[in-house]
Design a protein around this ligand. Structure first.
Ligand code: 5AD
Ligand code: FES
Length: 351
């Protein structure tokens, strides 16, 4: 047995904790050929099977605002993009999206947006408690970036169950290459620990193929994920946006994203792992390939069709013209095509 097969077996046995970042970095180098992707995906599916079976969880994504005070270099809705047509949804519109989603069978709503000061704690708490009181059987997930501990605490008390905050990269120097000096890696990570302490189910994650990223960086991301053991982990390819400083960097690849989905499934068997819209954007069957690699969550878009194109984090984003019902049906067919089944319950992490 060569080193690579041994590492795959180590991961499969649940002994990924024994691997150093160096081991993982050289493993990732060896995997670049693609020769081991099938074996990794098969092992990932085997590990997923007793926990989640063939069930894939759906989360209704509501993109509440593309106004953002941050200026992340990769992101199409960064503050410096003057050509972005800005919007924000008011409270009643967000509630109607959730109500429509409920009728379509969704039991988890993800409220995602830029860091927009309009959504004060009072506004957010009101939205969260209205959704929770009309749909007590639903989970509310927030993805609103970095806020204060007190803000996270208040939103949690109002009923928010989960929080997605990608760590973006577990390397301070790489973090600084992707973000303006006003943002700090330390604060990002601190937010994740605070959220966990407040009782949220927490999601972290990163982009595959982001500018300047090396396998050593990714190895550190994987060690961070293994050790933090998030309830959810969002990874998708970096896709350039034409109005950003990273416009001419290449996209991440489907192959590498799927490979990393498999490795994350092996490192954290219980993690809720989405096959992301970005993965569906770079390949027509990207999300299906993600599910086959070990993902078990999809996030159809419930945002009002009128604003969807404006929530453009990267170029050519899919699902921007479809109604919510179309998106749900489309994804359901896609999931079935790979032998899995959509489930609509809250889909809490199994522990
Ligand atoms: N390509 C892929 N993903 C992106 N994100 C932001 N910009 C891009 C891009 N150009 C991701 C970030 C962020 C999440 C909401 O979207 O990882 O955390
Ligand atoms: Fe949105 Fe296919 S999932 S159109």
């Amino acid at each position: 047995m060569n080193d690579v097969s041994e590492i795959i077996e180590t991961l499969y046995r649940g002994d990924g904790g024994a691997l150093s970042a160096d081991d993982i970095a050289s493993f990732l180098d060896e995997c670049e050929s693609g020769d081991y992707d099938e074996a990794l995906a098969a092992r990932a599916r085997e590990v997923r099977e007793p926990i989640y079976g063939n069930r894939v969880y759906v989360r209704g994504l509501i993109e509440i605002s593309n106004i953002c005070k941050n200026d992340c270099l990769y992101c199409g809705i960064r503050r410096s993009n003057r050509n972005c047509i800005r919007y924000r949804l008011d409270e009643d519109t967000i509630i109607s999206c959730a109500d429509e989603g409920y009728e379509l069978g969704f039991r988890t709503f993800v409220l995602q947006g830029g860091e927009d000061a309009y959504y004060t704690d009072d506004v957010m708490c009101s939205i969260i408690s209205r959704i929770k009181s009309s749909h007590p059987d639903c989970a509310v997930t927030l993805s609103l970036g970095e806020r204060s501990r007190d803000s996270y605490r208040r939103m949690r008390s109002a009923g928010a169950d989960r929080y997605l905050l990608r760590h973006e990269t577990a390397n301070p120097d790489h973090y600084a290459q992707l973000h303006p000096a006003s943002m700090s890696y330390e604060n990002r990570i601190q937010c994740l620990y605070t959220l966990r302490e407040l009782g949220y189910q927490v999601g972290c994650g990163f982009m595959v193929g982001s500018p300047y990223q090396t396998n050593r960086h990714i190895a550190n991301d994987l060690c961070f994920i293994r050790d933090f053991y998030p309830a959810m982990c969002g990874i998708g390819p970096f896709v350039p946006h034409h109005e950003t400083p990273f416009a001419s960097f290449p996209s991440g690849t489907v192959e590498k994203t799927c490979r990393l989905l498999s490795i994350i499934r092996l490192l954290c068997p219980h993690v809720l792992l989405p096959a992301t819209t970005a993965l569906g954007t770079i390949h027509p069957r990207g999300r299906e390939m993600g599910i086959l690699a070990g993902a078990n969550v999809v996030m159809p878009n419930l945002s009002p069709v009128g604003v969807r194109k404006q929530y453009e984090l990267y170029d050519n984003k899919i699902c921007t013209g479809e109604e919510s019902a179309q998106c749900r049906d489309c994804l359901e067919l896609r999931i079935r095509s790979v032998g899995c089944e959509i489930v609509t319950d809250r889909g809490d992490v199994k522990k």
